[in-house]
Design a protein around this ligand. Structure first.
Ligand SMILES: [Zn+2]
Ligand SMILES: [Zn+2]
Length: 266
């Protein structure tokens, strides 16, 4: 019932509802947190990464060579599966609930995922790989520089247009990015990549049409990126068209590797 009301009301009214109704766990209703510790522990991370285009599994979520041709993005790291009900609920709530509080919990999911990836990277360090079994050797061979030198990445949240930002009051991608940056001591740039226009709704378009549809939506206002590796953060990825367009603009300005990091695939 409350959910129904919240879906159909204005922002001012929602703010009021948030004041009088307590924060409850989206999983079990436990008061005080959006995702309580117990429910958080039950969320399963995505067990294998894959090429977002052809869905072939691989170690680091990179686009495989034949698919790479149409993308500027190197690959996408997807923390959890969208069919984890709690994850999809949290992402929807983060967007439409007008509360940034959920971002803190969702960002923990990103952090848990990155910790695991860095752990895997330690095992697969190229220098150690010589005597290792084939699977780990393959992992080491393809390890992205953005993983190997994780602490040197620049983090950029996928921006909203000014109009959308005014309406929502916050950029959910930026809230997630801030927490990730804080946790690993990375550098954040939330100013120089801007969204100059909003694309038409993407829902009915196929993958190639989506890539075309977002063309020209972003501008980079900063200087040359001097081969800097970049992590683009967003709450959710669908075909990767938006992340890819950001990546294209950034590579036009000299960026090195560009990886998407998202909570789930929608
Ligand atoms: Zn719970
Ligand atoms: Zn592929």
């Amino acid at each position: 019932m409350l959910k129904k009301i919240k879906q159909n009301t204005s922002r001012a009214w929602l703010f009021f509802l948030d004041l009088i109704f307590p924060i409850e766990c989206l999983g079990c209703g436990f008061e005080g947190q959006w995702i309580c510790e117990k429910c958080f522990k039950e969320i399963k991370l995505k067990p294998k990464q894959y090429c977002l285009h052809c869905k072939k599994e691989n170690s680091w979520g990179e686009f495989c060579p034949p698919c790479r041709i149409i993308y500027s993005l190197n690959g996408v790291w997807i923390a959890a599966l969208y069919d984890e009900p709690l994850v999809s609920r949290a992402i929807k709530s983060l967007k439409y609930h007008f509360t940034g509080g959920i971002a803190a919990d969702l960002s923990q999911l990103l952090i848990l995922f990155v910790d695991k990836m860095l752990e895997q990277a330690k095992v697969a360090k190229p220098g150690l790989a010589a005597g290792l079994e084939r699977r780990i050797f393959e992992q080491a061979k393809n390890m992205p520089a953005a993983v190997l030198n994780y602490k040197e990445n620049l983090v950029i949240p996928v921006p909203l247009s000014r109009k959308r930002l005014r309406w929502r009051g916050f950029n959910q991608a930026e809230l997630l990015a801030r927490k990730v940056v804080e946790n690993y001591g990375l550098k954040l740039d939330n100013k120089n990549l801007i969204r100059v226009k909003h694309k038409k709704p993407q829902a009915k378009l196929n993958e190639i049409q989506r890539l075309v549809n977002v063309k020209g939506c972003f501008n980079w206002q900063g200087g040359n990126l001097n081969k800097k590796n970049i992590i683009l953060i967003d709450d959710v990825v669908t075909t990767g068209a938006t992340l890819n367009e950001c990546a294209k603009v950034l590579k036009d300005h000299g960026a090195g590797e560009i990886w998407g990091l998202v909570a789930a695939k929608g």
